[in-house]
Ligand binder design. Sequence first.
Ligand code: SF4
Ligand code: SF3
Length: 542
Amino acid sequence: MYCNQCQEAAKGYACTSVGVCGKGNDLSNLMDLLIYSLEGISLYAQELRGKGENIDPKVDRFIMEGLFSTITNANFNDDVIEGKIREALEIRENLKNQLGRELSHPSATFTVKTREEMDQLSSQVGFLSIENEDVRALKSLVVFGLKGLAAYYEHANNLGHSSDELSSFMEEALAKVTMDLSVDELIGLVLKTGEHGVNAMALLDKANTSAYGNPEITKVNIGTRNNPAILISGHDLKDMEELLKQTDGTGVDVYTHSEMLPANYYPAFKKYEHFVGNYGGSWWSQNDEFEAFNGPILFTTNCIVPLKSKHTYLDRLYTTGSSGYPGATHIADRPAGGAKDFSQIIEQAKKCAPPTQLEEGEIVGGFAHNQVMALADKVVDAVKSGAIKKFFVMAGCDGRFKERNYYTEFAEALPQDTVILTAGCAKYRYNKLNLGDIGGIPRVLDAGQCNDSYSLAVIALKLKEVFGLEDINDLPIAYNIAWYEQKAVIVLLALLFLGVKNIHLGPTLPAFLSPNVADVLVKNFGIAGIGTVEDDMKIFLG
Ligand code: SF4
Ligand code: SF3
């Protein structure tokens, strides 16, 4: 195996024998082969689109789900990925028949029957097979960005929204990854991926808000009640809706974990009396928290942390959608026009003890673009009067390593006339610190999930307009972003596409960047890493 798609890649290089995330050698190789088969499918799809032919939406959906299932800690089930490879070959065959001829690239022609054959081929098709390290880095940036994009698109698609433009782009980009492109062409493709990342996040924003209303300022309870309960994690709001509906009136409460916290901000979900609040912290703290929760846990997406031998909750662990874990129960997709069936989870919950309380109090969030715009006058006045000197976008991910204490310390060290704009699970490093407010505006404004970084971009563009500025970089906004998995990669590419410069990215720069590609990002976009809190504070406030 050779995997370096996330921030926790071993030794800042790559995981080569077992993933820090828990991904095994075989699974990693199978995932490489799945991506390769998606490239083969995409070559046919692009050829057909070029001839004006339609592509079956099921093919688009398959590509989207295939990419999503290979995201860091989304799916740990070898059998599922093997099944997807077999399905991919069938789909590729159908597209070949639709086209009436075979394409020549090996990804469009290979066959594998047994798992041994899969293992053998997979070791030849991963990123290490690309010799030139700059080409490898740029193609990695595209494919990892596409994975994040596919995840966001899947959630929008689950809510009935689709975009032929997005599907076509995913195929175009996957097809191009198989080609000999120059470094300049690949840089163009990276930026185009960012452009479509903006489109995917905008589509998901529309899907979420048109279905569930605009997020609004909300105090989220972080304590517990004395009823049996289900914990739901991940990003899929359609799953959230169906779980709340099906648990209503059953005596079973619902709590969110990690990236599902922002579900608490939506009017359509807040109306449920049995939706109690949020339990625990970000993804990496889940093992102990799930143990203490006592009831069933439902994963709608990543981030799953493998259980250690001391953990007892595997029989309470459920996955759905693109997530998967060996030994956990997988809830099947919803039938056309119907809902997923969560009855098994609810029945188990009824027999479980209520959650053990870990903390009490509340956290405040719900500052997506609509809510912030409703407060725009107040915000603009605060900036004009000097009460707010600077905004700090600290969106992105949290992670398990100690170096991320930097973000807590940075938030604490920020002067009182600054406001943090956040989204994604990065917020758990400072959202319980009680950093106060500026004339009623909280000093931590949480827009929502990582995809709601889109909201932060909308807010920045709106402020640029209000202040009559030419360039988004003239705003008093600094970017100190934390990343972990590939959704953060697409968020980063989206910000670059929007013209945002001087983003600080930490806790370390991606291991998949070659020195030359890192240099391009530094020179053209002002990307930088992080240093000590003290030094960075001088840079940001200097
Ligand atoms: Fe390693 Fe991250 Fe890849 Fe997991 S996803 S194998 S931790 S680089
Ligand atoms: Fe990512 Fe796990 Fe936090 Fe959506 S999903 S942000 S790390």
